[in-house]
Design a binder for this molecule. Structure first.
Ligand code: FEO
Ligand code: CA
Ligand code: CA
Ligand code: CA
Length: 652
């Protein structure tokens, strides 16, 4: 979501009141340690950050068989209400919000007048994370699984902007039960069985048993160490194991055993109360629950979303949920071992001894980066049902200490274990490990994790195992030094780290800044950190990196969810976009620009990498778009299918 900083409890407003160090402070001190911020050196921090050097003794290659890694021609910005893409590529719209999916589902009427029952049969709203699961390894048939993060709401008036038609019609004035249920059904996940036809276009396979909607109503299983704990028991579920629904499904992950990981992000926006006074406890404040009514107003017709009436219901959200798309009857599993926070995405890796690792960001200003390390090896074809239930959860601390190689600093993974970590063992706010997991943010505060500039997507390089994360922005970041121009970080950055010994199980790492986004057109002095690192130019300038994924060849795809005013700090940056970076040379090229008022998010490929699927989310979130249908239509989030006209690999 791209909530306004003025809105209470948005991800731009920190709820982290701990004294833990802020990442920007660490960066500044790491840079000064090398002397580049010293007055009069003539070398700017931006130069240092951009010219950090290639990977030493690297297993990576900036090229593919002598060919440059990135083969397409960069494109300029755009402020048009359409998709722009690099020459030689095509982009086609697929499965916009309201597309009939389940058997017998009606066609989208075009004015948002569908009721809740119809919405439950159609593709949901605000497409986000996405993954293509090939059927039998095929490049022309598979299950496209995607998140429907939320529905666009005008934060000033509380009215839904498009779900019930243009500017929500009169719905806000006569808020009914069916409106709440339609909103609940527009959230969640779609599983879409796709097949490419003879003309090369992708069709939804009608009547397929795989086609499925998972919504805020669907049955869910709580699994892992917190399942059944008192903190998860409600009046509706005395077992503490049977949750209902998933929502605010933001980014995603996937496992080599063919499951989809959907990540519950801003669940706090769905919990409110009509109690009339602020009845929140410290944990509810830390997780950003509203003191009054919620943004989405579900509590008006569903009592479980009123946290005064049902105090533990919110503990059943904010998890990573594992879905088996190949088993349409399977119950999604909320994996509590991975911790509860505002999950952005889930990046999979394996330790040297073959255990699954999941890297995760908590998207709020001044919140943390985590990783889960399973206690069990992944054996292809073996039992995978408990791999994400039993393991260790860590939170990251980024230190300014000297790295041994070309990276800027060192870091440590801090274990969030009630028994093994003396700080948590001694802390009465955690009765047991379940409490540590349910209140993972509070545990991160206690152990001294580093406050980051809104961690969004994490991705792992397919060969080196280096891990990259987008830190989207942190415009409210305060520092004591007015001379530090990034104290209000409006552009964001991408940080990368390498685990000690190249092992995802390591408890220490070295980190570096891959790119400091910025705007050299507006901030022309390259010593000014707002101009960005050296790999930012007037031609590739962008703000607020968010979606992030390596492809199999090691191209780094960067998607933005930032300000699109094209004015002031953002002049010359245009609409939100997708770029591609070479991790060795650090060159960044703009590949695609989205329509008006959208964000670009979600990345996946067919196995041959000749088809790429991305999502365009919330076009026209402020009212000004008719994408993709044109004319006077209401805008709709949609998937975009990208192919190269010569049939080649995307990006080559
Ligand atoms: Fe749903 Fe942090 O983006
Ligand atoms: Ca979003
Ligand atoms: Ca995002
Ligand atoms: Ca974002």
């Amino acid at each position: 979501m791209n909530l306004q900083a003025a809105t209470l409890d948005s991800e731009d407003v920190p709820t982290n009141l701990s004294a833990n160090p802020e990442f920007q402070t660490v960066v500044a001190s790491a840079v000064s340690r090398r002397g580049f911020l010293r007055t009069g050196t003539g070398l700017s921090a931006a130069m240092f950050l951009g010219l950090g050097g290639g990977l030493v003794g690297c297993a990576t290659s900036g090229s593919q068989g002598g060919q440059p890694l990135i083969g397409f021609q960069a494109i300029p910005i755009s402020t048009d209400d359409s998709i722009k893409i690099a020459p030689g590529y095509s982009a086609k719209v697929l499965a916009p919000w309201g597309t009939p999916l389940l058997d017998g589902a009606p066609k989208f009427k075009g004015d948002g007048s569908e009721d809740a029952a119809t919405q439950a049969q159609q593709v949901g709203d605000n497409h986000d994370g996405i993954h293509f699961f090939a059927l039998d390894g095929k490049n022309d048939e598979g299950l496209l699984v995607m998140n429907h993060e939320y529905c666009t709401v005008d934060e000033k008036t509380g009215a839904y902007v498009w779900l019930f038609g243009r500017k929500g019609g009169d719905v806000a004035k006569q808020w009914g039960r069916d409106h709440v249920h339609k909103s609940m059904n527009a959230h969640g996940v779609s599983v879409i069985h796709l097949k490419r036809n003879a003309k090369g276009a992708w069709d939804i396979v009608p009547g397929s048993v795989y086609n499925r909607r998972i919504t805020a109503h669907s049955a869910m299983q709580m699994s892992g160490p917190a399942a059944g704990d008192a903190l998860l028991k409600t009046r509706g579920d005395a077992s503490g194991t049977r949750a209902q629904g998933t929502f605010n499904n933001c980014g995603n992950g996937f496992t080599p055993w063919g499951t989809y990981l959907t990540c519950e992000e801003n669940f706090n926006n769905y919990f409110g109360t009509s109690a009339g006074e602020d009845r929140r406890n410290a944990a509810q404040k830390r997780y950003g629950l509203s003191p009054k009514g919620s943004l989405f107003q579900w509590e008006k017709h569903e009592a479980r979303f009123d946290y005064v009436k049902e105090p533990n219901e919110s503990h059943r959200f904010g998890w990573i949920v594992e879905i088996d798309p190949f088993n349409p009857g399977s119950i999604p599993q909320k994996r509590t071992a991975l911790g509860r926070f505002k999950h952005e995405n889930a990046a999979f890796a394996l330790t040297k001894d073959g255990r699954p690792v999941i890297y995760m960001g908590d998207d709020q200003a001044n919140d943390y980066i985590y990783k889960f390390v399973s206690n069990h090896k992944y054996v292809p074809g073996g039992d995978t049902s408990r791999l994400l239930d039993d393991g260790q959860l860590f939170v990251a601390r980024f230190d300014a200490g000297a790295a041994t190689g070309d990276f800027a600093g060192t870091g440590a993974w801090l274990l969030l274990d009630k028994q093994a970590n003396p700080q948590l063992r001694a802390d009465a706010q955690f009765a047991n490990q379940a409490a540590v997991l349910v209140h993972a943010r509070l545990a991160g505060d206690v152990v001294g994790a580093t406050k980051m500039d809104r961690p969004e997507w994490v991705t792992v390089h397919p060969r080196t195992g280096e891990v990259y994360v987008t830190l989207t922005n942190n415009s409210g970041r305060k520092t004591v030094d007015d001379a530090n121009p990034r104290e209000k970080n409006v552009y964001g950055q991408i940080v990368r780290w390498r685990e000690a010994g190249g092992d995802a199980a390591a408890t220490t790492f070295e980190w570096d800044i891959f790119v400091l986004a910025g705007n050299p057109t507006v901030h022309t002095d390259r010593k000014d950190l707002r101009s960005g690192s050296a790999n930012i130019t007037a031609d590739n300038t962008f703000n607020s990196p968010d979606g992030l994924a390596f492809d199999r060849d090691g191209r780094l795809w960067i998607q933005t969810d930032g300000k699109y005013s094209n004015k002031g700090d953002y002049a010359g940056q245009g609409n939100n976009q997708m770029l591609c970076a070479d991790p060795v040379t650090k060159e960044i090229r703009r590949f695609l620009v989205g329509p008006k008022e959208c964000e670009v998010t979600g990345i996946t490929f067919t196995p041959d990498h000749k088809t790429m699927f991305i999502n365009i989310q919330h076009p026209g979130e402020e009212g000004d778009s008719h994408w993709p249908d044109g004319g006077n239509s209401i805008p709709r989030s949609a998937t975009v299918v990208i192919t190269k006209d010569d049939g080649g690999v995307i990006g080559s």
